[in-house]
Design a protein around this ligand. Structure first.
Ligand code: ADP
Ligand code: MN
Ligand code: MN
Ligand code: MN
Length: 370
């Protein structure tokens, strides 16, 4: 008999009463900027990450270590309700440590957390707009005529109708699942390229931005499994006259949000202008190579080699939203991060450049090797 997957049959098992056991899914970031997870059973629902045991995995299978010395520890850092398995289950975002309990070189959360602690009193808030492209299992954009192209961009952004919008069910399922999990999703919209979507997470304070965005990506991948599609985070999945995908990072400190905050916003932009190339190296997983395809100065982007800023300017590196300029306080929008950025690196870069300095931060790791 041919094998088959049947969601109705699956549902029957999902309804079995397993109260008394909690399925805890540990999520971590691998050596390729991807997500991995595995699940274990505990007897009670954790109320803080410290209650969860440190666990480990085989780093030689995740591009994080060599086979002969492969154990990597994962340390639970934040807890979310599991939207996939009915009952009292959870997802936990972890970070990675080597055998001497030192943060693994691919653990960007650790340093981000250290920086966030230093600026705690300034209450840094972030809101990331995660753009992504839905692909069919064959890797071609979802909803596009096979081997061909849909009509030119224009009618798709924020649109409605079967000839314009592709995959709304997936987007809605993901939105609900994130809210259920406890992620501060603030909204969603269809994007400029057909099959491309955006959701926003935030405003979220400090380290929570990175934790929430990574778990929202995990949930997106899981929802897409259910629908037989792929969520692609490549910043320019289709070359040519098609918009790329970014992860604009909206950022404010308490002083920016208070009366007269626009002065502090402009000071921050001045500081950011001096660190442009450093930020570019940190804003995608290839040290800027990925973003080169996207930040062309066209298709609503600034040019990768130049820093510029402006009110309501969508061709800028940093935009001050029109309303913020009018109010004289609020936040700035960094439009440079790529859709596949690591939000721990992006948020740490913003606070280091505007509130701290770059002491004890090894940039070597992020310089592309030719
Ligand atoms: P855009 O106009 O660029 O499409 P969106 O509405 O998609 O903007 O996203 C705006 C983001 O800014 C949201 O994630 C929101 O949570 C975030 N945000 C709002 N206020 C602040 C603030 N004071 N500091 C940081 N982020 C904020
Ligand atoms: Mn947006
Ligand atoms: Mn957008
Ligand atoms: Mn934006």
């Amino acid at each position: 008999m041919a094998s088959r997957l049947d969601s109705l049959v699956h549902q029957r098992y999902m309804e079995l009463d397993t109260s008394g056991s909690v399925m805890v899914t540990y999520i971590w970031i691998d050596g390729t900027n991807g997500l991995r997870s595995k699940t274990r059973t505990l007897k009670s629902y954790p109320t803080s990450p410290e209650q969860l045991p440190v666990w480990n995995f085989d780093g030689s299978s995740t591009a994080q270590s060599l086979g002969h010395d492969s154990d990597i520890y994962i340390r639970p850092q934040s807890i979310f309700k599991d939207p996939f398995v009915p009952g009292n289950n959870c997802l936990v975002m972890c970070d990675t440590y080597d055998k001497d309990d030192k943060p693994h070189p691919t653990n960007y959360r650790y340093s981000c957390y250290e920086s966030m602690k230093k600026v705690d009193a300034q209450h840094p808030w972030f809101g990331i707009e995660q753009e992504y492209t839905l692909l069919d299992l064959d890797g071609y954009p979802f909803g596009w005529p096979k081997g061909g192209f849909p009509g030119a961009q224009g009618p798709y952004y924020c649109s409605v109708g079967s000839n314009r919008v592709f995959g709304r069910q997936i987007v809605e399922a993901h939105y609900k699942a994130c809210l259920y999990a406890g992620i501060d999703v603030s909204g969603t919209n269809a994007e400029v390229m057909p099959g491309q979507w955006e959701y926003q997470v935030g405003p979220t304070e400090g380290i929570a931005m990175g934790d929430q965005l990574w778990v929202s990506r995990y949930i997106l991948d899981r929802v897409c499994e259910d629908f037989g599609v792929i969520a692609c985070l490549d910043p320019k999945p289709m070359p040519g006259e098609w918009n790329g995908a970014g992860a604009h990072c909206n950022y404010s400190t308490l002083a920016m949000r208070e009366e007269g905050g626009i002065k502090v916003i402009n000071q921050a932009i001045e500081k950011l202008s001096k660190e442009h190339h450093r930020h570019i190296k940190l804003y995608d997983p290839t040290g800027g190579e990925d973003n080169k395809r996207r930040l062309t100065g066209r298709h609503e982007t600034g040019h990768i080699d130049r820093f510029n800023s402006g009110v309501a300017h969508r061709g800028a590196s940093i935009r001050i939203p029109r309303q913020i300029n009018k109010d004289g306080k609020g936040y700035l929008e960094d439009r440079r991060p790529s859709s596949n950025c690591d939000p721990y690196l992006v948020t740490e870069a913003l606070v280091r450049s505007t509130c701290l300095d770059w002491e004890n931060f090894d940039m070597e790791r992020f310089t592309p090797k030719n």
